[in-house]
Ligand binder design. Structure first.
Ligand SMILES: [Zn+2]
Length: 463
């Protein structure tokens, strides 16, 4: 641990009222000098600051508010399950209540330096040494409050109380981790046009808290508008350096959207474009889209439409369950053929219009009317019912309960979750070059990673 990291940890924990614990920890860390210190138990960082999803977005003072730290958990008794067939450790908490932890899971997640690498954050124990039937031969709660287990495979493991409590299999505790994985979404309709989520380009470039708020908006609402970016090419590249990387596609690292002769994409015309997710024809469509408005068409038209397709698809599902299943169960071919950046492409991929995860939750809506192939690999009697379902869904997508209109101003960057929010364009009549945007993509992999890094750095947690 470097001196700077120690100071940062001291600052954070002193604020949380753990001075004596911290001093002991710092002394220990100093004495270990060059040995990489294990990460601080993250339950000690819990509730440093809290944010209750969408309702607190934009209320920075709420995020700055320190809250008293809850008492550290204590274990009164750890015992093997009275029923040997369940193969569970029972942990009885000093604060009341009991948690069960399966032996095989505990052994798999031993945190000792032979089983888990403390700086690579990675399991070292090989999977073929893990025995499904592993069980404790001895078990005790140490004076320090940890659970120490001697296993039937000869290994010994130690589990701190807070480590166990954070990993409780109870639904209430698992909900806490859910927001580390992904912030809870907040759905919207046309009313949001009056109060668009915004972020200042200058602040994003300079302030971590502004960047975190922007990433939260993107995760919770599915889009945001960055304001006051310089009106010239290259700003997406600058902004991307604060977040991660640009996601290169066959249209380049970034691309210019303007009306062009012999366009390689319908975006490069002045025509109206239906609501769609970008590059739906890719094997995996890019997950976040960026559009920097450098020059806006001053006349009528050129507005963007944005639709919260996850909300629209949920409403569609509840009112038309059969049509929903038709779209979820039919593979549709999307394609893109042409030449850009001096390279030819001929892309074909198949996706259902509505992709579901294994728990039947909606993952994404793959809507791209312009690039849907005329080849349709279904039996002929399924064609008309599919069109019926698709057109019904489109009515939901366009409905003001799920859709808003906004005309970007020059210097604004629209950032859209391409997995959730469909976008379209109202056509405009122009000669070449009167509306100019630079586009690019990000991947949620890097973007939500940066949100978690900033959460930890700034001590933000979520209810
Ligand atoms: Zn181990």
């Amino acid at each position: 641990m470097t001196e700077m990291a120690l100071q940062t940890a001291r600052h954070l924990l002193v604020r949380l009222g753990h001075r004596s614990w911290l001093n002991a920890r710092l002394a220990q860390a100093r004495s270990l000098a060059a040995i990489p210190a294990p990460p601080l138990p993250s339950c000690l960082n819990m509730h440093a600051r809290t944010l209750s999803s969408a309702k607190d977005i934009g209320q920075r003072e709420n995020m700055e508010m320190s809250q008293p730290h809850p008492k550290l958990p204590t274990i009164t008794v750890a015992s093997v399950s009275p029923n040997p067939s369940t193969a569970m450790l029972h942990v009885y908490w000093g604060e009341g209540g009991m948690d069960e932890f399966p032996y095989v899971w505990l052994r798999d997640n031993c945190q000792c330096s032979k089983c888990f690498h403390p700086t690579a954050f990675s399991r070292l124990m090989l999977v073929d040494t893990l025995q499904l039937s592993v069980s404790p031969t001895t078990l005790q709660v140490t004076d320090g409050g940890d659970v120490e287990i001697q296993w039937s495979d000869g290994h010994q493991s130690t589990y701190p109380a807070c480590w166990l409590q954070e990993r409780s299999f109870k639904p209430t505790q698992q909900l806490q981790h859910e927001q580390v994985f992904r912030l809870k979404r907040s759905f919207w309709g046309s009313e949001l046009a009056e109060n668009l989520p915004r972020a200042s380009f200058t602040e994003l470039m300079e302030e971590d808290m502004a960047l975190l708020k922007f990433l939260q908006q993107l995760e919770i609402l599915g889009f945001t508008v960055v304001t006051e970016a310089p009106r010239k090419i290259g700003q997406l590249e600058s902004l991307s350096k604060r977040v991660g990387y640009l996601d290169r596609t066959h249209y380049g690292e970034t691309f210019i959207v303007e009306s062009k002769p012999q366009p390689s994409n319908v975006a490069y015309t002045s025509d109206s474009i239906n609501l769609h997710s970008d590059l739906t024809y890719n094997y995996q469509k890019p997950s976040i889209q960026l559009l920097h408005c450098i020059k806006q068409f001053p006349g009528k038209g050129g507005d963007n439409m944005l639709s919260d397709s996850l909300q629209a698809a949920q409403r569609f599902r509840s009112l038309h369950p059969d049509k929903f299943l038709t779209l979820a169960n039919t593979m549709v071919e999307f394609w893109d053929k042409g030449k850009d950046n001096e390279k030819e492409f001929h892309i074909i991929n198949r996706h259902p219009i509505i992709s579901l995860d294994p728990t039947d939750d909606i993952l994404t809506v793959n809507f791209h009317h312009m690039s849907r192939h005329s080849f349709f690999n279904v039996s002929v009697e399924k064609v008309i019912p599919w069109y019926d379902a698709m057109l019904t869904l489109y009515d939901f997508l366009l409905d003001s309960k799920n859709c808003l209109h906004y005309k970007l101003k020059e210097g604004e960057i629209l950032v859209v979750d391409n997995m959730r929010v469909l976008h379209g364009r109202i056509g405009y009549k122009t000669i070449q070059g009167e509306r100019l945007l630079e586009g690019g993509y990000w991947d949620w992999t890097n973007v939500s990673s940066m949100r978690r890094i900033l959460d930890a750095k700034l001590g933000v947690t979520y209810d």
